[in-house]
Design a protein around this ligand. Sequence first.
Ligand SMILES: [Zn+2]
Length: 188
Amino acid sequence: MSRRRNRDRTCDPRLVRPMLYRLSYPPVYKTAHCFVEYNEMILLSIKEKSKIINHAKRETPYECCGIIAGVDARITEIYEIKNLPSDDPRIAELKIPEDRTVRYMMDPKEQFQALRNMRERNLTMMGIYHSHPHSQAFPSATDVRLAFYPNVFYLIISLAETVPSLRAFFIVDQKITEEKIEIIETRS
Ligand SMILES: [Zn+2]
């Protein structure tokens, strides 16, 4: 059976606990609107694309990170989340590389607020984004190792070239599959 047909909106507790370590610590999964409903394609407006790229640029030389939410395939909200600094005790606790220029770890408090906001507005968490200030928009070995969410896509923004690039992936069982992003005009 294909990965697509296998998708299930329910939260398997065996998956949820390890998955949330990437997103935050301590886990806040009980509050989460889990997880993405599978979409054939990701629809990203020019406005939201710019918002993500601007966030990445502002945080350089550090990686930026955040959550992408929406309805169906359409991304409607970008939540910018603070990338925890190297001296945060949770970094050592979770054996995450200290250097924020090559990794991200979301601030759990801000993540909690984003998840609550999503729930109130009936939005679905669709993806997690982060930036690669100096490397290509492709999951690093660390990204793959710590990709615990099979049901959200990982959007990576690269600032390595003059023109920033965005690519989206599903990472399931260490296997990377690229997902198509369609850039659309904003109607508002
Ligand atoms: Zn990365």
